[in-house]
Design a protein around this ligand. Structure first.
Ligand SMILES: Cc1cc2nc3c(=O)[nH]c(=O)nc-3n(C[C@H](O)[C@H](O)[C@H](O)COP(=O)(O)OP(=O)(O)OC[C@H]3O[C@@H](n4cnc5c(N)ncnc54)[C@H](O)[C@@H]3O)c2cc1C
Length: 413
């Protein structure tokens, strides 16, 4: 049996940030990853918040080489009106840009960088069994290409995303919310983009209050197009014998801003359809284990919060694990769960108020005050733990109240 300090399950953004932090601290960390990289995963629009995490653990320099498209803000479009945010205009001090990334390439760069920083990643491997019954060590078996290997460790971080490895093995309930939304997306060649204004601008076009389109151009001349919205718009995608390409093209016909640029372009694959992605685990930690990233919670694609939450939780968990391994008593509920839940709660409000239409009303209101815009921009950059920002601190009421003010102003006009 081989001994290691920490087992991390999953080499996505959450697992690589967590494992690299611990390797930097001198711990012997092994990541067990089911697939071989590059592998498929969705989630291409990052938030500035994550840049600080990559920088803190020393992964950032390795991510610069592919020349990913820099995301300096975002453009929202509805009924011919445009609302542009720039992360330069952040209320919270922090990163003012990030990247928009093909995740296959980005996650491979992240995982390769983690290995260079001393993390041992075992690809094409899964956890066969895990046993927390001994107080001395956690014992586990890994299924590898070469057969079963036995290990012991002091701590386990589960960053397996939708794999939910520990939630399944330890029978921790995971609530899959019966969300009314679903998503579909494709990539296409966008190699004549230079004829368009701001060709690499990430954009979100709202077709209905509860149906929107993302446009995410990449450095490799491909662009990702995706729709997210109420299931009622997606019947053509899910019926028996559905032709998802035809359904996607029909939906895309509704775009006003992007129809001319992308219509008739060959799709690089058949549209993938994602449903029931909103989920939350009952427990975020237990005796010698902690869950991070998507394994704990995922809300909605609308504010691109998935990777930001994955890196925030990965780094927070790793710091607490390091302290505990040094003998400190950690209050996981207070220092981990309550911290994460605060940010999740803020994002949850913004997701809710997006789909009620209240947030959209504020975005497209002509007189949006410049301080308020800065504060909103900060939330959209991922700084949802900055309680000096009223759009964070008063998130439960501020959007709804402002939307009512917009309504009153509209009535007066
Ligand atoms: C429609 C849609 C659109 C989205 N758009 C965005 C976006 O624009 N921006 C954004 O930030 N987020 C987006 N997300 C969310 C994003 O995909 C995730 O939040 C993010 O990838 C989570 O990172 P992670 O490290 O927690 O998990 P993952 O990136 O999923 O990594 C988990 C890793 O664990 C591995 N694994 C799984 N099972 C096992 C196992 N049994 N054993 C070993 N390893 C295992 C997987 O192979 C994977 O490599 C979107 C999600 C959806 C559904």
């Amino acid at each position: 049996m081989k001994n290691i300090d920490v087992l991390v399950i999953g080499a996505g953004p959450s697992g690589t940030v967590a494992s690299t932090y611990l390797a930097n601290q001198g711990y012997n960390v092994m990541v067990v990853e089911k697939t071989s990289f590059p592998r498929y995963v969705i989630g291409e629009s990052l938030l500035p918040l994550s840049m600080g995490h990559f920088e803190e653990v020393g992964l950032l320099p390795y991510l610069e080489e592919p020349n990913f498209v820099v995301k300096e803000g975002a453009l929202f479009i509805k009924d011919g009106k445009e609302f542009r945010i720039s992360f330069d205009d952040n209320f919270t001090e922090g990163w003012t840009w990030t990247w928009q990334v093909p995740r296959r390439q980005f996650d491979k760069a992240l995982a390769d960088a983690a290995e260079k920083k001393g993390v041992n990643i075992k690809y094409l491997s899964t956890l066969n069994s895990i046993d927390f019954s001994s107080e001395e060590a956690v014992k586990f078996e890994v299924n590898t290409q070469q057969g079963i290997e036995e290990y012991s460790c002091k701590y386990v971080i589960d960053s397996s995303g939708y794999g939910g490895v520990l939630t399944r093995m330890l029978e921790i309930p995971v609530h899959v919310s019966p969300t009314s939304n679903m998503a579909t997306y494709v990539k296409l060649k966008d190699d004549t983009r230079d004829q368009w204004e701001n060709p690499t601008q990430i954009s979100f076009e709202i077709l209905e209050t509860d149906l929107w389109l993302w446009v995410i151009p990449f450095h490799n001349s491909n662009t990702s197009l995706g729709f997210v919205g109420n299931k009622k718009y997606f019947s053509d995608f899910v019926k028996d014998g559905a032709d998802t390409t035809a359904a996607f093209n029909k939906m895309f016909d509704r775009s006003i801003k992007f129809k001319e640029r992308f219509q008739g372009r060959e799709l690089l694959w058949e549209p993938t359809v994602h449903t029931d992605y909103m989920r939350s685990s009952d427990k975020f930690f237990g005796d010698r284990f902690v869950l991070t990233g998507n394994t704990t919670e995922f809300l909605d694609p609308v504010f691109s919060s998935g990777v930001a939450f994955a890196t925030e939780s990965g780094l927070s968990a790793a710091k607490l694990v390091a302290r505990e391994l040094k003998g400190e008593k950690i209050d996981w509920q207070k220092e981990y769960v309550e911290h994460l839940e605060y940010g999740i709660d803020v994002f949850r409000t913004y997701v809710k108020e997006w789909y009620t239409g209240d947030l959209q009303k504020i975005f497209f209101h002509v007189n949006i005050n410049s301080l308020m815009k800065k504060q909103l921009t900060s939330v959209l950059a991922g700084y949802v733990w900055d309680k000096s920002n009223p759009f964070v601190r008063k998130h439960k009421t501020i959007i709804n109240t402002l939307a009512q003010v917009v309504d009153i102003e509209k009535m007066k006009a």
